[in-house]
Design a binder for this molecule. Structure first.
Ligand code: NAP
Length: 512
């Protein structure tokens, strides 16, 4: 079986022992192993801090941006090979694998573009200068400086390419070395990309490290200046939040976690309108793309009472048209869940909801054996305020239709039962409804996607994370924030107020 390697302190190493087994979720056959046992993780972080940090900080923003552009190209050259890995190790359809890989290279290219126009010096000015005393001679300027630590990136299994490179793009442009720790279950894609990055020689020595296998004692070696960006379940996030690296040593932690994203259909939408068709098209895609294993996938579909039958019927027809099977079979548009754990967790979630919902289509039955296949599953809730509907994310191809009165307040209250989300979408052609609901929900979601007839041919749908908009959400979603153009660099930088004699401060640090 193929053995994945870690790249630490400038050396590739397989780790010790048998390691975890990675499988092909379509066949359940073991395809690779990964272990970090016996690896010196503390030494690896120190090497990154001491070698990669100074080397990256010696480059200008423009030079770091050029490196991102070159990396995007180098990875894109291996696109076909990476698609094959996504099909084998993650059960991705070709389209799902492309979504992950192209998302990764496009985000690198976008950050290369954002780097243009940044100053030549090592610091980023933050806003305008300030007069600090009665005399204008006493002047202040806020600046951002790269932190002198490592960007430690712990990623989820569902986007091994995109998750890795969207975080890395921000950290490298800010001037920090990266240590990437992908989820073990789908680490084949990340490991292949790690080889491409190292072999390309584009980054300075120490700027990139990679772990294949469990986190081990990694966090015990995280120092005050390090920045840990985590994406994964809220259970793991809870463990991390309590760790001494953050509680005692004061390292930074950004959390991207679960989210019960919702779609709200406005009271103006009829089942024979174009807005209704756009809602059905987008929601069916969000349920089935990557077998629903997307942090932005739609979990709750909130429709006016009079529209529930039509919504259930149209969504059922749309998802039943999605052929489920192994990614290389003809016509397949949805692959299996990623591994046995994911299948069991989704099945357990469905049985938790059984008392509160009826099944419109699909269900918890495995479609074939071997393979972790489930049908896209649409549920209908008897009562929208039932707590189980809003308590736990089911990370698979599952959504629940529930009803509201048609008022902004009622819709907002139901959305809020999810306790904070990455994204909520509103489908309406009304002039007031989307504006009022978006204003009401602005603090409850990291992103609000307003759609309807006019956006039908122009919008991406709510599931696409764009590099120039922030990704993250309050509460259950982790409270973190990533991307958002140059905002994404701030997590990796220290904001400092420089005070002094005006001409000195302006000459050295002023905004240009
Ligand atoms: P997970 O089980 O929480 O694992 C996430 C990462 O944490 C993996 O790399 C895992 O490594 C690592 N990890 C586990 N225990 C750890 C520990 N004690 N210390 C340090 N690292 C540890 O999540 P998952 O199953 O991979 O991903 C699915 C979840 O991610 C879903 O809940 C989904 O909503 C969420 N997600 C959120 C976003 C977002 O942007 N908000 C995006 C994607 C996914 P191993 O794999 O080696 O155990």
């Amino acid at each position: 079986m193929h053995r994945l390697n870690s790249f630490l302190s400038g050396t590739w190493s397989p780790g010790e022992g048998d390691g975890a087994i990675l499988v092909d979720p379509s066949t359940e056959a073991g395809i690779a192993t990964a272990s970090t046992r016996g690896l010196d993780l503390g030494g690896a972080l120190e090497w990154a801090r001491e070698t990669g940090g100074p080397a990256l900080r010696a480059l200008s923003f423009a030079e770091r941006g050029a490196a991102l552009k070159a990396l995007s190209g180098a990875i894109h050259e291996h696109r076909e090979e990476l698609i094959e890995i996504g099909m084998t190790n993650a059960g991705n359809t070709r389209g799902d694998a492309k979504f992950d890989i192209d998302g990764a290279t496009a985000t690198l290219a976008a950050y290369a573009h954002f780097a243009k126009g940044l100053p030549d010096g090592p610091l980023l000015p933050d806003g305008e200068g300030l007069q600090l005393g009665r005399s204008p001679r006493f002047h202040g300027q806020h600046v951002w400086a790269p932190r002198r630590g490592v960007a430690v990136h712990i990623n989820a299994f569902n986007f091994p390419a995109w998750g890795m490179l969207e975080k890395a793009a921000c950290a490298w442009l800010a001037g920090l070395p990266v240590l990437e720790k992908p989820a073990t279950a789908t680490a084949m894609m990340a490991e292949r990309i790690a080889h491409i990055i190292v072999d390309s020689g584009i980054l300075p020595e120490g700027a990139f490290s990679f772990m294949a296998g469990s986190a081990g004692d990694l966090l015990d070696h995280v120092h005050a200046h390090d920045c840990v960006a985590f994406t994964g379940s809220s259970g793991t996030a809870q463990l991390l939040r309590a760790h001494a690296a953050f509680v005692k040593r004061g390292a930074r932690l950004n959390v991207e976690a679960d989210s019960l994203n919702s779609v709200v259909v406005g009271p103006d939408v009829d089942d024979d309108s174009e807005a209704f068709d756009v809602f059905v098209r987008d929601t069916a895609r969000e349920m089935t793309q990557k077998a629903g294993q997307k942090c932005t996938a739609t979990r709750r579909v909130i429709v006016p009472e009079g529209l529930a039958d039509a919504a259930c019927e149209a969504l059922a027809v749309a998802v039943q048209a999605v052929k489920v099977g192994a990614p290389r079979e003809d016509g397949v548009r949805m692959g299996p869940l990623t591994n046995a754990d994911q299948l069991e967790t989704v099945q357990a979630g469905l049985s938790r909801l059984a008392g509160a919902t009826t099944t419109v289509t699909g269900g918890a039955e495995r479609l074939r054996d071997p393979g972790f296949f489930l049908a896209p599953t649409l549920l209908r809730a008897a009562e929208a305020r039932t707590p189980e509907l809003h308590d736990e994310e089911i990370f698979g191809p599952v959504s629940t239709v529930m009803t509201y009165s048609g008022s902004v307040d009622d819709a907002a209250q139901i959305v809020r039962l999810g306790g904070g989300a990455l994204v909520a979408s509103i489908y309406s052609d009304d002039r007031r409804f989307p504006v009022d609901l978006a204003s009401t929900l602005a603090a409850d979601c990291g992103r609000l996607y307003l759609s309807g007839t006019r956006l039908a041919e122009h919008g991406t749908g709510s599931g696409l994370v764009l590099p120039n908009c922030v990704h993250g959400g309050p509460g259950r979603a982790g409270g973190g924030e990533e991307l958002g153009g140059l905002r994404g660099l701030q997590f990796y930088m220290q904001r400092t107020a420089i005070q002094g004699y005006k001409s000195v401060v302006e000459a050295a640090f002023g905004a240009r």
